[in-house]
Design a protein around this ligand. Structure first.
Ligand code: PLP
Length: 383
């Protein structure tokens, strides 16, 4: 049995990226490695041990479910932080197991209080505040209640962190909004410290802010996409590189995604390819059928848009991406054979598919494509 595609994870790339990021942010900034969504599709099981080897000691996930999965993979010296979803039972599990978590409603603090009495272990909380994103996070009224509860029950809580999330630091268009969020954040930090509630960590930055707003690093950053070798946006990369003498991307992509040519076919000029009338052959064509489709995580929005590498050449994905197959235009590769390697993401010879599409205007496509890579595709760790 051979899977229709395989995902390779480069150990050297992980090492290089994390060492670069830690050096860039400074040794006194804790780099929390964000491994939600199966480590952005890289596979938590393959990725986490490599990140640990590269020096990571703190991981962030979205849900308690992911935290439980991570608990089985990570080494005991590493910490876990849940940034989002957990139910009451998970809350008890997290407290019992020393797992850190965001608190974005005062009611959760009350529930912990009643729990903590029973298990005798303090909860490791990160108080998340609303500063302008209007997603999760406590408003001023709720924060004041939180201050009361924390101050009144020092045995139940360890204030691990004060935090918020910035709404779009990857674009300069959001600059004013981000600045407002930062000043609100600092105001609330002062409110807490003024009451004797001093957090171990202050953190607001994901990848984009950690690069573009050095003052927003405080003593912890939550880094997802960068550690996998992708910049959150072209703007973020431009900001970084404009300040450097050497104009070379310091990051390397960790993932490669490979399949094979399953079938070849000649198509006459004037014929349509794949479903509907999305692609019309303007000349006689040779096409390659590749056994990867949207059910394998290759987005339908890459229909007529995607690029793949075959025999060291970059070729176009033509027509609709199907459930299990896509079609590449190999007219210019006469030597192509069934069984040839097809690179969907990654390198072949000197070429690279970094973003799966030729239209690099939206890196959002990267986040989405990566996180949708099914867990069932085998992961292979390489050098
Ligand atoms: C996903 C996430 C991050 C990481 O974002 P990147 O842009 O991938 O670095 C950081 N913080 C929170 C709250 C997140 O949900």
């Amino acid at each position: 049995m051979e899977d229709t595609s395989i995902i390779e994870i480069s150990e050297n790339a992980v090492k290089g990226n994390i060492e670069f990021l830690q050096k860039h942010f400074g040794e006194d900034v804790l780099l929390s490695s964000v491994v939600k969504a199966n480590a952005y599709g890289h596979g938590m099981k393959s990725y986490v041990p490599l990140a640990e080897k590269a020096g990571i000691t703190h991981f962030s996930v979205f849900s308690a479910c992911e935290a439980k999965q991570l608990m089985k993979i990570k080494s005991p010296r590493c910490s876990i932080m849940i940034m989002g979803w957990m139910n009451d039972r998970d809350l008890k599990w997290a407290v019992d197991n020393g797992v850190e978590f965001f608190v974005f409603e005062p009611e959760r603090l009350n529930r912990i209080k009643s729990l903590s009495g029973k298990c005798g272990k303090p909860a490791l909380v990160h108080i998340e505040m609303e500063t302008g994103m209007n997603r999760t996070g406590m408003n001023m009224k709720e924060l004041n209640i939180a201050v009361e509860i924390l101050s009144g029950n020092p045995a139940c809580f360890v204030l691990k962190g004060l935090c918020t999330h910035l709404a779009g630091a990857e674009s300069i268009a959001n600059h004013v909004r981000i600045q407002k969020q930062l000043s609100r954040f600092m105001r609330v930090c002062r409110l807490f410290t003024g009451k004797g509630l001093v957090p171990e960590y202050r953190h607001v930055s994901s990848s984009a802010a950690a690069i573009t707003y050095p003052a927003a690093r405080f003593n912890m950053v939550r880094i997802g996409i960068l550690q996998y070798g992708y910049w959150p946006s072209a703007e973020t990369f431009m900001y970084y590189i404009s300040k450097k003498k050497e104009k070379k991307d310091p990051l390397s992509r960790v993932i490669s995604w490979k399949s094979r040519v399953m079938a070849l076919k000649d198509v006459k000029r004037g014929e349509f390819v794949s479903y509907g009338t999305v692609y019309l052959a303007q000349e006689d064509k040779k096409i390659a059928i590749v056994p990867v489709g949207y059910s394998h995580g290759y987005s339908r929005s890459l229909s007529n848009q995607g690029r793949v590498l075959i025999r060291g050449r970059r070729v176009a994905v033509i027509g609709m991406v199907n459930m299990n197959m896509l079609i590449a235009d190999v007219t210019k590769i006469p030597s192509v054979k069934i069984g040839d390697e097809v690179v969907l993401i990654g390198n072949q010879d000197d070429l690279v598919i970094s973003v799966a599409s030729f239209s690099e205007f939206s890196n959002q496509l990267n986040y989405e494509l990566l996180t949708r890579l099914p867990a069932a595709i085998p992961r292979l760790v390489t050098n």
